[in-house]
Design a protein around this ligand. Sequence first.
Ligand code: DAK
Length: 257
Amino acid sequence: MSEQAIEVQDDGGVVRLTVNRPKALNALNSEVLAALAAVLDDLETRGDLRAVLITGAGEKAFVAGADITEMRDMNAVEARDFAGQAQATLKRLEALPVPVVALVNGFCLGGGCELALACDWAVASDNAVFGQPEVLLGVIPGFGGTQRLPRRVGPAMALDLVTTGRKIDAGEALRIGLVNRVMPQAELEDYAAELTQQLGGNGPQAVRGAKQAVHDGLDQDLDSALALETSLFALCFAGDEQREGMSAFVEKRKPNF
Ligand code: DAK
């Protein structure tokens, strides 16, 4: 197993992960999934982590899906293990306590779309193509697509995509809420740099608290979720960040978190 299958760059706690199989359009095989799991072993222990950005190597693809050549000869038991490994890894990515953002720089199909769905939000280049084309291969999505896609875009649009297998362009992905923003591919790097600055400069505990409130709150009824928000809001006043952030405002200077 080589961790090179996922390249890791760290810029002040904002970690950029690049799926690095450009010749196979960054298709997710066991090696990539194992490398991602190994990277997560490290990220999960890091108190200084501020955000994670994930993208694909090259200019053509984010991730063109699970590796079809690897899946072709699997039996049902192997398929269950493969999907189980991938689902567990994507769940760990999603559960990181910091924002995880997909920079979708091209084909984002099948397991690639499921990877993007495990991120908190996604930004796409204007040449990006999205879809869950598994039915064209005689299978259904196996990396969480049938569950996260309807939660993101609603059941009707999710059913449209997973039963037809049709591909959509970045404009439609934006309209249905699959991605937050679309920009020319040449601007994606500028956006990544802007995001690195923004997320790296905000109060790190506040950013973690905001993510926790949204994620945990969605699984609860509104009253419980509001109580959770109250607790997490109060917790902000137990550390140094709130005093620094508010003092900086009053003193007309930038906060130093
Ligand atoms: N897997 C393996 N190789 C892939 C790949 C993939 N998903 N996508 C592309 N490649 C490889 C191509 O085979 C080709 O390799 P060489 O022939 O050069 O060796 C190279 O990448 C370049 O691709 P193309 O030559 O095809 O490039 P084009 O520009 O012509 O076309 C394309 C780009 C993205 C339209 C085309 O490559 C394509 O249609 N790719 C497949 C897209 C796709 O169907 N993705 C969904 C995969 S299925 C489950 C677990 C998981 C899943 C389901 C169930 N269980 C265990 C239950 C998930 C399944 C999927 O993700």
